[in-house]
Design a binder for this molecule. Structure first.
Ligand code: CUK
Ligand code: CUA
Length: 626
């Protein structure tokens, strides 16, 4: 008896794999004539040595507190940008400036990155990210991929999940509270009095157009709903923003059971321009130093819109007219027409109010409920009239057609569902490049899956998350590649590589650091009382000075300038047994400060392999006992 050879086995396997909805790696599916691009998936994701990717993928690192940068289509991890957590790899959190950025916190929970925009398009200046845990927002500068500001904890706001969402010209980064707390913060109240004593908040974080500096512009008080995901308007919805909530029941115990009793939850429809105007008109009250608007007293800033229950996402399409909201516990996406929302507001077509906030009539503004599948979360757009919704329970992405629909489609909205693709496993967010702008790139979709369940070499019981790259240029979506990611991506942004031009060195000419020195002869050690201040130069392959003498109990301050002006020529200063690890990019000056607590001689050395004599780049900190 002969056994089937490998070729026969493969032939039997291929149809099975195709039936299961996923292509074997490297398989060409262009034979179906429906996929977008010619060539095998392997060829289309291969970026040869020396070549570069077409797009940046910025994906949030969840509770790692970081942002990861990968290239598309290769999915290769290029860089880690530390934001809310120290990162010894780049010395983040060890020098005085980044220690001050981190403040009292050693971590954060990054969920939603948002690229800055000008006229509804990415302008390549900044990336904003939220900290769900400690109510903060950070700004990363895309000139050098470094965190430059962390704002917060934001007053009167708790659980900053509903951010960051950037307005069309980066006037604001909009933020909504996931958790409600008694206000002002610091006041104690019994959680049993949740409905009466607790409040939620929507905040407009103002962004200075000259340098991106963020400050709290205004806040709108809300009932204690749990605000979740949002998006901003454009076109007809310009000046508006939207969030879904879960728990409109205002329950405080065992949310899993009680918060899912209602048939519908509410979305917030916020007129952010009107909110800014209300503050300028003196209609806000100051609470914890911030202007807070009570919507019952300032009509026109906040409306509620019923949405399918326990929703997780609400996404405005590139035209700004269609708004898709989905409820995890209902297998549909509700599509709303903003023209109708505007008209309903103008003619006061309300079904009632909650704490003075009008509730818009659902039926008046609904365009249709699309039966996408089980567990719909987030929707993205390709700019060609198609929408893509992640289906958490089904582990799939559904592609569907935006309105306008034909009469026949309207009569049976199953007909607008164009395609479905399986992902592995349990997708949370998904991203299409530029989906939140007027002009999406519409080429790739990245599915960010919560579980990988053994699709990689085993690394023990804790397994990484899986992200999958899908080609959306054709009629049918096509799986191209799968990469494994550090915990835990929630959302991402895709930016065309040529939209930015990061700097290669910090130029000597533009150095404004007050303690920068560019010449070895300017190196110095100065004692003032018990403080010893050192100005040091780092250059291949020496520290100047390379000997520092201090006394036990002194305060030591070292300013180091890496005087290199060559790309990627990095030095680092580590001091043995002093918890010092500061890293300097070419042309960068950093300051570190330490209290000398013990006598002895402590070698210091360069951490970054910088030349053939890198190992020789060392010195001594000599400490005399008291
Ligand atoms: S998310 Cu924050 S729970 Cu769907 Cu935007 Cu992952
Ligand atoms: Cu400088 Cu190694």
């Amino acid at each position: 008896m002969s056994r089937p050879g490998p070729a026969a086995l493969a032939a039997a396997l291929v149809p099975a794999l195709l039936l299961s909805g996923c292509n074997p790696p490297g398989a060409s599916s262009s034979s179906s004539g429906k996929s977008g691009a010619p060539g095998s998936a392997a060829a289309r994701t291969w970026v040869a040595p020396g070549e570069k990717d077409e797009y940046y993928l910025f994906y949030s690192g969840g509770h790692s507190g970081q942002v990861f940068v990968a290239g598309l289509p290769s999915m290769r991890h290029i860089s880690t940008i530390p934001v809310f957590s120290p990162y010894p790899g780049t010395g983040y959190g060890f020098d005085e400036e980044t220690k001050a950025l981190l403040g009292d916190y050693a971590w954060g929970d990054v969920h939603h990155p948002a690229l800055s925009q000008a006229d509804g398009l990415y302008d390549g200046r900044w990336l904003f990210v939220n900290d769900n845990a400690n109510n903060r927002v950070a700004r990363i500068d895309l000139r050098d991929f470094k965190t430059r500001q962390i704002l917060g904890p934001i007053p009167n706001s708790s659980g900053n999940h509903g951010s960051s969402f950037v307005t069309e010209n980066t006037e604001y980064v909009l933020v909504a509270s996931r958790f409600s707390v008694p206000l002002p913060k610091g006041r104690h109240a019994d959680p049993a009095d949740y409905e009466k004593e607790f409040n939620g908040m929507v905040s407009g974080i103002k962004v200075d157009p000259s340098d991106g500096t963020m400050s709290v512009g205004w806040q709108i008080l809300t009932p204690p709903f749990n605000w979740d995901l949002g998006s901003t308007g454009k076109g007809p919805s310009s000046g508006w923003a939207f969030w879904t909530s879960y728990n409109s029941e205002m329950a405080h115990e065992t949310l899993e059971a009680t918060s899912t009793q209602g048939d519908r939850d509410y979305a917030a429809v916020v007129n952010w321009r009107a909110a800014g105007q209300a503050v300028r008109d003196g209609l806000a009250t100051t609470l914890d130093g911030v202007p807070v608007i009570a919507p019952a007293k300032v009509p026109g800033v906040l409306y509620f819109l019923p949405v399918p229950k326990s929703p997780h996402g609400i996404d405005t399409d590139p035209s700004g007219r269609w708004i898709a909201a989905s409820g995890k516990l209902q297998p549909v996406v509700s599509v709303f027409d903003f023209e109708k929302i505007k008209a309903a507001i103008d003619r006061k077509d309300f079904t009632g109010e909650v704490r003075g906030v009008p509730v818009i009539r659902y039926e008046s503004v609904l365009e249709g409920e699309i039966p996408v599948g089980l567990g719909p979360l987030h929707t993205q757009y390709d700019g060609k009239g198609n929408a893509y919704t992640s289906l958490y329970i089904e582990s799939a992405v559904a592609k569907w057609k935006l309105p306008p629909w034909t009469a026949e489609e309207k009569a049976d909205l199953n007909k607008v569902i164009l395609d479905k693709i399986d992902v592995h496993y349990n997708i949370g967010h998904l991203v299409v490049g530029g989906s939140d702008t007027k002009e999406p790139y519409g080429k790739y979709l990245v599915a960010m899956n919560k579980l990988s369940k053994g699709r990689h070499l085993s690394v023990g019981p804790a397994q990484p998350e899986s992200s999958q790259l899908i080609d959306i240029t054709g009629e049918k979506m096509e799986m191209l590649y799968e990469a494994f990611t550090e915990p835990e991506p929630h959302f991402a942004q895709i930016l065309k590589a040529d939209a930015i031009k990061p700097i290669e060195v910090y130029p000597k000419a533009g150095s404004a650091h007050p303690h920068a020195i560019w010449d070895a002869k300017d190196a110095s050690i100065t004692r003032r009382g018990n403080t010893v201040e050192v100005k040091m130069v780092a250059i291949r392959s020496r520290f100047i000075p390379d000997r520092i003498d201090v006394n036990e109990g002194d305060e030591l301050v070292i300013h180091v300038t890496n005087v290199e002006q060559t790309t990627d020529m990095i030095h680092g200063l580590a001091i043995a047994e002093q918890n010092v690890n500061v890293i300097f990019d070419p042309g960068e000056t950093k300051t570190l400060r330490l209290k000398i607590k013990k006598p002895g001689v402590f070698p210091f050395y360069c951490t970054n392999f910088c030349s053939a004599l890198h190992q020789e780049m060392q010195g001594y900190l000599a400490v005399k006992p008291k």
